[in-house]
Write a protein that binds this ligand. Structure first.
Ligand code: GAR
Length: 223
């Protein structure tokens, strides 16, 4: 069963799935016009799978631990996605690196959210790393996925000012609250055909986007 109507979308997760939940909530509230055709996890224990079940969304697990090597995992992932033929793939806390072949196949149709103001802090442990510096800001970025990890064209960023006595936990909570705003918003732009990627350039509302849209925490509005 597909939940919602519109652009056929699959969400890839590895863990808690709070971004997935924000997407489900936005669909159920009529604020997001996509059809969620499936949720795929690389890990059978991912709590996000329960969220998908609760919403009635079909789930698939491609357990990386049952794959002999990276190329077997990639092939299974490709095959599973091929059975659905999604128009949009949303990486929401999916912690495996996607193969070049798959990112090329879905170029312009695959989004990721990464917890930093890219190009700063690609990779892991972004909260810890930013707190080790005197950087005044942190945040999260939604970007189109390309073969280069966390380096695809950015679309929108949620930005928070780091407070005195900030901890990894407090910072993560503030940044994630913003992810639940910017990710559904980006997906809706794609569903409304306001946003796309052409020859490596992001277009939004008929204009090229030279810089990502920045949403500051103090001015953030819900979707
Ligand atoms: C999100 O905060 C997302 O930015 C991050 O994982 C979290 C998943 O949370 N993604 C990455 O680190 C990707 N490199 P969720 O499972 O509760 O949505």
């Amino acid at each position: 069963m597909t939940v919602g109507h519109g652009l056929k979308t699959v969400v890839l997760i590895s863990g808690n799935g709070t971004n997935l939940q924000a997407i489900i909530d936005a669909i159920q509230a009529g604020r997001l016009s996509v059809g969620l055709a499936g949720v795929l996890s690389d890990c059978p224990e991912a709590y996000g799978l329960e969220r998908a079940h609760a919403a009635g969304i079909p789930t698939t697990v491609v357990d990386y631990r049952n794959c002999a090597d990276r190329s077997e995992f990639d092939r299974k992932l490709h095959d599973e996605l091929g059975t659905v033929e999604p128009e949009l793939i949303v990486l929401a806390g999916f912690m495996r690196v996607i193969s070049d072949g798959l990112t090329e196949h879905y170029r312009g149709r695959m989004l990721n959210i990464h917890p930093s103001l890219l190009p700063k802090y690609p990779g892991l442990h972004t909260y810890r790393r930013v707190l080790e510096t005197d950087d005044p800001y942190h945040g999260s970025t939604v970007h189109f996925v390309t073969p280069q990890l966390d380096a695809g064209p950015p679309i929108i960023q949620y930005r928070v000012r780091i407070r005195d006595a900030e901890t990894e936990e407090s910072l993560a909570a503030r940044v994630q609250a913003g992810e639940y705003i910017i990710y559904p918003r980006t997906i809706e732009w794609i569903a409304e055909r306001r946003l796309d990627l052409r020859d490596g350039t992001v277009w939004l509302d008929g204009q090229t986007l030279q810089q990502p849209v920045v949403v500051d925490e103090e001015y953030a509005q819900p979707l």
